[in-house]
Design a binder for this molecule. Sequence first.
Ligand SMILES: C[S@@+](CC[C@H](N)C(=O)[O-])C[C@H]1O[C@@H](n2cnc3c(N)ncnc32)[C@H](O)[C@@H]1O
Length: 413
Amino acid sequence: MTSNPYPLGLRLHGRRVVVVGGGAVATRRVPALLDAGADVLLVAPELTPALRARADAGRLHWVPRRFVPEDLDGAWLVQVAIDDPIAAASVSAVAAERRIFCVRADDRTAATAWTPAVTRHGPVTVAVLGGGDPRRAITVRDAIRDLLAVRLAPDAIAGRPDASTGTTGGRQAGRVALVGAGPGDPELITVKGWRLLTEADVVVADRLVPGLLLDELRPDVELVDASKIPYGPSRAQEEINQILVDRALAGAFVVRLKGGDPYVFGRGGEELLACAAAGVPVTVVPGVTSSIAAPAAAGIPVTHRGVAHEFTVVSGHLAPDAPASLVRWDALAGLHGTLVILMGLKNLAAITATLIAHGRSPQTPAAVVQEATTGTQRVLRSTLGEVAADLCAADLRPPAVVVVGDVVGALDG
Ligand SMILES: C[S@@+](CC[C@H](N)C(=O)[O-])C[C@H]1O[C@@H](n2cnc3c(N)ncnc32)[C@H](O)[C@@H]1O
């Protein structure tokens, strides 16, 4: 008779887990063990390159030979990840003798423990056992994961503030997260960025963050529009800093949502320093920056074997001759690699003239990518010598990225 399994959450931190086998199954199983802080002993004559990299990095101990019973000395758990049933059975037998739970990749009926299909959402881990059918477990797990991912119950995942302690189920109130929202496509925010957004009490958002992300916020979230529209009315950075600090000190969890990556021309550093000065803890979640994503969305790799071994990201918001400019345009003109210019449309004629004057060929391929990764993306292909004029003729507008270099045509057929 088969009884139901008894579910447990194993706290493996610092505890020895023996993995027997160094192939594909072990490669899939070991990361979660390491993530749980387990002290992993890997017993296998050979390892996959991925496992080898972890061994070389000192993340696990590798014994390069076949299993011997002494390998289980001090172990709390053993995972058998080999497809030789006789060898696997002998590991199982030693484990049973020592009362150590044993997971068997080759024969689940011979195992004393099963690994569930897992999905993780912040502090919540959902583990599914499929009653003996791993495919059923995966199907159910995927359904739960999708349900959680479409944010049916962010409060349940994150936990709402507890009035008595000021804390929530999985987090502390009174802190700020600087979150990169990505370049425009709402699906290009990171998983962590999205999770924190669903947990926020206050969201302070820039103009360039994908609007769809904001549409999906809970109705009770306070949304602060921190738009800094070029050449238009803008909120001073100090005021934004103050909003972050004030809301966090009042006990809110504040997400500062910024286009692209918070630290690429995003003034994220200033916001972090302001919070630190006020004693407000800050988490930084990097984002997909437009400086790489916009070229990619236009079919332009910023590096390409045999074409460009470097790429430089530069702000063009100041003209090359502006006294406050920190950019050595003359030096950039001497580079062979890719130049990616953000905020450069207004000064593009002066920038391209300066690059050409300092030696970059006017024939160098160039492209402009407007509103990359969105439904209104536009791409202009040109040359360094012509791009400023072509830009005006095509009436391209910010936000746009300018790419200069042979990579512009690298993937053309
Ligand atoms: C203030 S900077 C912020 C950059 C942002 N932190 C990042 O990592 O992408 C704004 C500039 O980024 C570029 N930009 C941002 N999003 C863009 C997009 N979807 N398409 C093209 N350029 C974009 C434009 O050059 C724009 O003027």
